[in-house]
Design a protein around this ligand. Structure first.
Ligand code: HEM
Length: 354
């Protein structure tokens, strides 16, 4: 890959680390306002690496648990999963409490106020003045923190979103300390990070691998970027809606290599019938999304990487045939972000290769 920092020609790039660090930076900026990698501050990078170890351990312990299928093993304490989970939770608590404390520290006087970003609540209150019926107090206090609407507000007001932890601490915890406890904030942040980092960086890695192995698709994607963006600047997040072929590539990558091949285990809240089988209430259900995405009855030549099959499709789902973000109430809340930040990340890596 061409090295943008030097006049010299090409250098080897470890794409796995590059995508992981990029995604971790994006997520951490959103959540705590921090950037771990690429800033040349060793102590901050060290904190990033510590966090990565915590995430790796979380995924190792979240792998299918044999005790779920053979409960007797769990009773005998064969893999001591519960002890390991308790120890991991202690480690995670220390890490996230540290993040909370850093953001709680009072920040410097007047200068800080001059450059201060508007908080999300301030933005919403200014909108309330123009449209009080829609932006009611109840709507503002219950506003979903991560969502398209918030993005929209920030964009139309032309400012950045304040970090999620700051909003949780400053506004929500102050207004309802009984509900927004520090344990709740720590776990909320952990779920967002655990759900968002490996899924996004892994998908970027698969996309790059597929593109390098299908040069004609890469060329078509580059032509689309040239036509719509030009060669004088890098792709920006707001360009993504003008890059429909890139969207097809993302969908085809997610079809072939969904980061959650059996989604997250669900539990039936009532007796129900699925595909003719009676499912009692309280049964653990796994959806084999991998099998659906590769089913020859649903897809023409399912093993082939063929982004064109998604031409004309808006979004990232096609009925129940394509559902890389799951479905229903517990589907992925990050879906809206993924098309923009992940597509943007990948296209930035595509672009310098021209
Ligand atoms: C390529 C990127 C991503 C993919 C393919 C993906 C996929 C998924 C899938 C399949 C589920 C389980 C849905 C189900 O069981 O029905 C899920 C859940 C979840 N995802 Fe994502 N995700 C991605 C990125 C993100 C991002 C960026 C975030 C955070 C901003 C995120 C946060 C979450 C959370 C919090 C859940 C749990 C939702 C719940 O249990 O109610 N994900 N994701």
């Amino acid at each position: 890959m061409k090295d943008s920092d030097s006049n010299s020609s090409y250098s080897h790039v470890n794409m796995k680390s590059a995508f992981y660090e990029f995604t971790l930076n994006v997520m951490m900026r959103m959540i705590s306002g921090k950037r771990y990698f690429g800033g040349d501050i060793p102590s901050v990078e060290e904190e990033g690496r510590r966090f990565r170890e915590i995430l790796d351990e979380t995924f190792l312990l979240a792998a299918p648990n044999v005790g779920d299928y053979l409960p007797v093993l769990g009773w005998l304490g064969v893999n001591r999963l519960e002890n390991k989970l308790v120890r991991l939770q202690e480690k995670r608590d220390v890490f996230f409490q540290g993040l909370i404390e850093q953001l709680r520290k009072p920040k410097g006087g007047e200068n800080e106020n001059k450059n201060k970003r508007k908080t999300m609540i301030e933005l919403l209150l200014s909108l309330q003045e123009s449209d009080p019926e829609y932006y009611t107090d109840a709507m503002i206090t219950s506003f979903v923190l991560i969502g398209e609407e918030v993005d929209h507000v920030a964009r139309t007001e032309g400012c950045f979103l304040p970090p999620v932890i700051e909003v949780l601490l400053k506004s929500l915890q102050e207004s309802d300390p009984g509900y927004y406890t520090e344990a709740m904030i720590r776990n909320f942040v952990l779920v967002l990070l655990a759900g968002g980092i490996d899924t996004s960086s892994g998908t970027m890695e698969w996309t790059m691998s597929l593109l390098l192995n299908h040069p004609q698709v890469l060329e078509k994607a580059q032509n689309e970027i040239d036509r719509n963006i030009g060669k004088d600047r890098l792709v920006d997040e707001s360009d993504i809606p003008n890059l429909p072929y890139l969207r097809c590539i993302i969908n085809e990558t997610l079809r072939l290599y969904p980061p959650g091949p059996i989604l997250i285990p669900h539990e039936s809240s009532d007796n129900c019938v699925v595909g003719g089988y009676n499912i009692p209430r309280g049964t653990m259900l796994l959806v084999n999304q991998w099998a659906i995405h590769h089913d020859p009855k649903l897809w023409n030549k399912p093993k082939r990487f063929n982004p064109e099959r998604f031409e004309g499709l808006e979004g990232t789902r096609d009925g129940f045939k394509l559902m890389p973000f799951g479905s229903g109430r517990r589907s992925c809340p990050g879906e809206g972000r993924v098309g923009s930040s992940y597509g943007w990340g990948d296209s930035r890596f595509d672009h310098p290769m021209l």
